[in-house]
Design a protein. Structure first.
Length: 1137
């Protein structure tokens, strides 16, 4: 149609012919645009269905994957598959129409070029073949780099996930700097690959941006060479030129398609590898035990994988229905493995295992949902009020409901962050009891509570007269107190049953069990008379919050903020400032020179086609080639300079985000779901890494191109100023209408993504429990509902974009029709060469404005990621890590003397204090025991010593140094705590013991020997380089606690806080640990927070806390002399007096 229109200008055809040509020229453009918009809509609809299906497939696989295969993947790597790889598949599908339509467009264009240029157009095929060959080679490099970059990204997200899981320990040990360095090293390697990507993408962009122009030059040159007597008329030149320009889009988008194709292949490979991993052997556990048995094991041997050595050897065991079976043994003897085998989590190598009836499971490390207390207990069942009341009463939860600000409607933070260890255990037990299953697998639930509470749990829940008396109970325990009351005892050692029988049978046999029982049957005590053993550790679950608004009490997790309105200029400035103006300005200048050269080539072509002389073809070709050479060079410079600057910005934002997160107080992590933080480091940083640089560079380039294009069009003929102005106004109106909605949808999508991440993360950590309760279907429904919410936002964004494309097509129709009609009306005054150039560029003005506004919208919506990261850069910070002016001497503290004066602590300024005017003095080397009932303030006091919670008034002196005046690292690196819940990180044993890499091998081995871990480490081939898996899952709970003891030995502090450090070890190991502490910390001031009273009976002084104040103080002997004292009452309850 353009050819007919140009021929019309130099002919004597009727005017109405011109109007037909103008209308046809415009209509074809409009039809193409509308069909393209519908194609985008339907492909998008399908793409998001695929995204939903892949997400669900990954989620289902989490429940099915075998234990050995699961160990290959960290939680962060699985999250990466969902957040990154699934997105890559979706993004490719969104471009899939281009994948097949680009070759079709190229074919049609080549046919039309043959019509106008004849065999000369074959030069285009030569250019494309060369470019395709080069691109194929570059794509191979891209594929290799993509795989390596994704591995580094997996590692980085795994490390960040571990940091968030262990942030409390990291802060207590002042380990922020080595962990920041660890993530930074990984990020540096990742950025190195991104820089190589930038180079390759610049090559991609360079090749395909210049390809149409080189093709035009080669084709025109070949045309005049093959047809020396034929003029290059405006009709031939500008129709061909327009066709070559139409190649800009398919050739311009081809690098992105190829880039995404490579990334698709890598992502599909990663997804296939995970989805193809070995499933759990569902036949390992049968359901037909012997008559009268609830579970039967016959010579059963199990290992964690088919290649691992057995962890359980030839186990033969008959568990009678409705019986209570106790499983005991030393640390690492296989107690937890036995329960896991019954859950079907282990690989059966020989023998058989049959178990009948629905199961309920209480894990050693309690799994708590981010939900209310009631929802955690009810779990996936319907609410039965009478049964619920029996359960919570028997599990001793009623006193806690009185303390929690919203009772059982109080929201529990992620992973039970606002509960103590004992509270989490009893909440898990209550969930299991409420399940009303037939077989209960209980992994040492009594060790985390004091003896009084343990007695209540045994008597009212687990024991012969408890709620579960008619159920089959298999109880792993380190306590000997309740063994006389169980029906059967199984003694494990090194994965084998060495003794089993009733209590009386084993005592009469006088074997190892009898000797063990006689040695440890005394001395198990308690610190509490009733209720739970410790108050919530670090947040808003204290009774002091009762004065707050009821709704505030129930909510711990804050809703994620959603910005409204347009992206502020501060966000743009923030991003470009981090890119660096030394990169932005050269990139813009290079872009201007490149596009200026391109337009110069167009003007030169207009001059060439208007010149009827055939003797100057060589000159025209050479000058045309110089313009294109300039365009090529500066296009490459533009791409590479801007991309490098964007990587600089991404590095800066990630680094500051990581540091700000690490500098945030612990209260931030209590109230912020981990998935929300991970979202910033995964999706938002991924957008800043890849999407924003591409969108920003192309948008800036298009703005420069459009500005020059408007100038060129207006210079060719003033008639077209009207068309350009009309086009600008119409497209600006479309943008004003659609952009606010599109922007808000993108923000909603970012926010709706967080619940999906949180649910994934929560499920990964609780897979065993969910599977044990048979709750996979309910959790899948929850995921599907959250994914649907997220997909809805994506779907509406895509629908809005399709609408914008349709409206833009209508606008393009008006613009191109107006330009064509002006051409027809002014044919007497316009030369065909100028008109050809003007029409070609006017068509590009319409498409260019549409594309520019679309890119601007994409850039603004993608900058939401910068906005979200910027929000976290404004988080409140803790006190400085180090203060030069008040930094204590290097040897501080030398004595470990502690002086608390009127110490008052509140969780927030608007809440009542949880510690009130604490006064006491401990001389260096004294051993202080702290006891108290639930909510008394024991753990709060420990946290205040480390300034996890800052004092509202009063002060604490350590060796006459006010700890509130010094830096947090100066304090926390000099005192040590052994927490109740041991936290280990994926990495070597050496890294877990000494992340700062300050200790020698000799010091490490000495500490391991003192902590009784040396034998275990020596047995490992790697020694100190033994790889600990995520969370320390490949060693027992007792061994994890011994690792924490080793850390304390390495630090050799003068102040040591013990928060029931031996709760998860057997009694024999408990005695060894106590002996080690007495020997190695003899001259150290030790503060022991006691949940079991016998652990503090040898302390020099006892502090009895009550309601945030010291109720009683004195030596154990002094306090026991007073029969009216609270401490005497506790000792009496524990059977110690």
């Amino acid at each position: 149609m353009l050819s007919y229109l140009l021929d019309f200008l130099g002919s004597g055809e009727y005017m109405w012919h011109g109007y037909i040509y103008a209308l046809g020229y415009s209509m074809f453009q409009c039809i193409f645009g509308i069909t393209d918009a519908h194609s985008v809509y339907f492909i998008g609809f399908g793409a998001y269905r695929v995204q939903s299906a892949l997400t669900a497939a990954l989620y289902k696989k989490i429940f099915r994957i075998s234990s050995s295969a699961r160990q290959k993947y960290t939680a962060g790597e699985i999250m990466n598959l969902m957040s990154v790889d699934v997105t890559e598949v979706t993004q490719f599908i969104l471009l899939s129409t281009q994948f097949w339509s680009v070759p079709v467009r190229l074919t049609i264009t080549m046919v039309l070029l043959w019509h106008y240029l004849g065999p000369a157009c074959l030069a285009t095929l030569v250019v494309m073949a060369l470019v395709t060959t080069a691109t194929t080679y570059v794509a191979r490099l891209y594929d290799i780099l993509q795989g390596k970059q994704m591995k580094e990204k997996d590692r980085r997200l795994r490390q960040i996930s571990e940091i968030l899981n262990g942030i409390k320990v990291i802060k207590l040990y002042a380990w922020e700097i080595p962990f920041i360095s660890r993530v930074t090293e990984t990020r540096t390697r990742e950025l190195a690959f991104l820089k190589k990507f930038a180079l390759l993408e610049s090559v991609f962009g360079f090749l395909w941006a210049v390809a149409p122009h080189v093709a035009a030059l080669m084709s025109f040159g070949t045309f005049v060479w093959l047809n020396p007597d034929k003029a290059l008329t405006p009709s031939i030149a500008f129709v061909s030129f327009t066709l070559f320009m139409l190649l800009r889009f398919p050739m311009g988008i081809l690098p992105d398609i190829l880039s995404r194709l490579v990334r698709l292949v890598v992502s599909l490979r990663r997804l296939s590898r995970f989805l193809g991993e070995e499933d759990l052997n569902t036949t390992a556990v049968g359901n037909v035990p012997d008559a009268g048995d609830a579970a039967t094991l016959r010579n059963a041997t199990f290992s964690w994988s088919s290649t691992d050595p057995p962890v359980l050897r030839e186990i033969s065991l008959h568990v009678k229905s409705s019986s209570l079976v106790a499983v005991i043994g030393a640390v690492g003897s296989g107690k937890t493995s036995l329960l896991c085998s019954m859950l079907g989590s282990l690989e059966k190598k020989s023998g058989s295992l049959d178990i009948q009836g629905p199961l309920a499971y209480v894990a050693q490390r309690s799994w708590i949902q981010n939900a209310t207390v009631k929802e955690n207990i009810i779990f996936t069942n319907t609410f039965d009020e009478s049964w619920y009341e029996k359960v919570v009463r028997s599990c001793a939860l009623l006193p806690d409901f009185e303390l929690l600000p919203g009772g059982d409607n109080t929201e529990i933070g992620e992973k039970g962050i606002n509960l103590s260890g004992g509270q989490k255990v009893r909440l898990s037990l209550a969930r299991a009891v409420y399940e009303n299953a037939q077989v209960y697998l209980l992994d040492d639930p009594l060790s985390a509570v004091d003896v009084h509470v343990a007695s209540q749990l045994f008597d009212e829940v687990i024991g012969p007269e408890g709620l579960l008396r008619s159920k089959t109970r298999i109880l792993v325990t380190h306590s000997v107190t309740y063994l006389p009351q169980v029906d059967w005892i199984v003694v494990l050692d090194k994965g084998a049953v060495i003794e089993q029988g009733t209590f009386s049978q084993l005592m009469e046999a006088r074997g190892s069990f009898a000797a063990f029982f006689k040695k440890h049957s005394v001395g198990e005590g308690s610190s509490n008379g009733n209720g739970m053993e410790a108050e919530a550790e670090a947040d808003t679950s204290d009774e002091d919050e009762k004065e707050e608004n009821n709704q505030e009490k129930l909510r711990l997790t804050e809703d994620e903020s959603i910005y409204v309105g347009k992206i502020g200029w501060r966000v743009y400035c923030e991003f470009f400032r981090r890119v660096g103006w030394q990169f932005v300005i050269p990139a813009v200048v290079a872009s201007a020179v490149a596009y200026g050269s391109e337009f110069g080539s167009g003007l030169w072509l207009s001059k060439w086609s208007s010149d009827t002389s055939k003797s100057r073809h060589t000159t025209y070709i050479l000058v045309y080639g110089m313009f294109l050479l300039s365009y090529s060079i500066f296009t490459f410079v533009d791409w590479i300079v801007f991309m490098v600057g964007c990587i600089r910005a991404s590095s800066s934002l990630h680094g500051e985000l990581l540091k700000r997160i690490m500098r945030s107080p612990l209260s931030f992590f209590d109230s912020t779901p981990m998935g929300r933080i991970i979202n910033r480091f995964s999706s938002d940083i991924a957008s800043i890494d890849r999407e924003i640089p591409m969108n920003a560079n192309i948008t800036i380039g298009n703005i420069v191109w459009m500005s020059l294009l408007v100038v060129v069009v207006c210079l060719t003929s003033w008639y077209f100023i009207i068309v350009v102005a009309l086009a600008f106004c119409l497209f600006l109106g479309i943008m004003i209408l659609s952009l606010p909605t599109l922007r808000h949808l993108h923000r909603l999508e970012s926010v709706s993504r967080t619940p999906v991440y949180s649910h994934f993360s929560e499920t990964i950590s609780g897979t065993t429990s969910i599977r044990a309760f048979g709750a996979e279907t309910q959790f899948l429904h929850t995921l599907n509902r959250r994914v649907d919410d997220n997909i809805n936002c994506l779907y509406h964004s895509m629908a809005l974009d399709s609408w914008r494309m349709v409206v833009s097509c209508s606008t393009s129709l008006i613009v191109s029709l107006g330009a064509s009609l002006l051409t027809v009306l002014g044919r007497e005054n316009l030369s065909p060469g100028i008109v050809g150039l003007a029409l070609s560029y006017t068509l590009q003005v319409s498409d260019g404005l549409s594309w520019t506004f679309r890119l601007a919208a994409l850039l603004e919506t993608s900058l939401v990621s910068v906005e979200r990261v910027k929000e976290y850069l404004a988080l409140p910070e803790e006190a400085p890590w180090s203060i030069d002016e008040t930094q204590p001497a290097g040897a501080w503290p030398t004595e470990g003397a502690i002086d608390c004066h009127d110490l008052t602590v509140a969780y927030r300024q608007d809440l009542e204090p949880v510690l009130r005017a604490i006064n006491f003095v401990a001389s260096g080397g004294q051993k202080i025991g702290i006891v108290g009932r639930t909510g008394a303030g024991k753990s709060t006091f420990a946290l205040s010593l480390f300034r996890i919670i800052e004092a509202s008034s009063g002060f604490v002196l350590v060796d006459d140094v006010d700890i509130s005046k010094i830096g947090l690292h100066d304090l926390r690196s000099k005192i040590t705590i052994i927490p109740q819940d041991p936290v280990l990180f994926a990495g070597t044993l050496r890294w877990n013991l000494d992340p700062s890499e300050e200790k020698t091998d000799e010091e490490l081995w000495t500490a391991l020997e003192q902590s009784h871990l040396k034998d275990f480490v020596v047995q490992q081939e790697e020694g100190l380089e033994y790889e600990i898996t995520e969370g320390g899952d490949n060693i027992s709970a007792g061994q994890r606690q011994l690792v924490c003891l080793t850390r304390a030995l390495l630090r050799n502090s003068k102040v040591l806080v013990l928060d029931e450090a031996t709760a998860c070890v057997d009694l024999a190991t408990d005695g060894l640990v106590k002996q080690t502490i007495q020997d190695q910390f003899n001259d150290t001031t030790i503060i022991t927070i006691a949940h079991r009273l016998h652990t503090i009976m040898d302390c020099d002084r006892i502090l009895v806390f009550d309601a945030g104040a010291i109720l009683e103080e004195g030596s154990p002997e002094e306090l026991l002399k007073d029969s009216s004292s609270s401490f005497f009452s506790m000792a009496k309850d524990a059977g110690l007096v």
